[in-house]
Ligand binder design. Sequence first.
Ligand code: MG
Ligand code: ZN
Length: 257
Amino acid sequence: WPLPWRAVGLPPGFPPMKFLLAFDFDHTIIDENSDTWIVKCAPEKKLPNGLRNSYRPGHWTEYMGRVFVYLGDNGVKEDVMKRTMTTIPFTAGMVDLLGFIGENKELFDCIIVSDSNTVFIDWILKAADFHKVFDEVFTNPAAFSSTGYLTVQDFHSHCCAKCPKNLCKREVLKEFLDKQLEQGVSYTQVVYIGDGGNDLCPVMFLKKGDIAMPRQGYTLEKKISQLAQNLSPVECSVLVWSSAIDIMSYLKLLIKE
Ligand SMILES: [Mg+2]
Ligand SMILES: [Zn+2]
């Protein structure tokens, strides 16, 4: 990474080392899909077939909007949803990892880029007291209406042909890094931690000195290895994890250097 112009002429060791940790949420921080878990609140813990089959590829946010209308129509209230969502388990080792990052915030900036929504992520992070670990959360904005229905909107619109219409995580990462650079913050390394197909787009944006950490056995890992087999590997380093303790071990090495 080239140094920003502000760094020119500063003594060695400045700007201080700082790492950016970019996390996906579903199946990465929590060991479930939050949008699937909310169905536990529905009558008989399932959705009617017509609703379930109404999903069109690339239009997930609209589909979840219809799920929330169904829950509202069936009298499912905010407190019930919150109680259900905060029982989702974290992935193995994640509580330790987030605790470790929280103790080393001077070295790590930490963001979430997720296709879940602001309400679910807020509930889950606050219930576990992890909200201070994260500097920013980029996800679909959600809120309860005056009639008590949960509503959700697209995070943004974008021009990437590879991503669902509501969210391109590459765009989010790029904009965040540009914004930080404008404020004089450049990162020694970007670490991207995720599991899903929509995490490939941001991973392909990472540079040689960065690192992608795909969860073992999940779509992102498979897509990254397919690229390597097709002789067009990603530019960044790749380190597979199965427990978040693996990620913590790597970060400990990183800050020892
Ligand atoms: Mg995920
Ligand atoms: Zn994209």
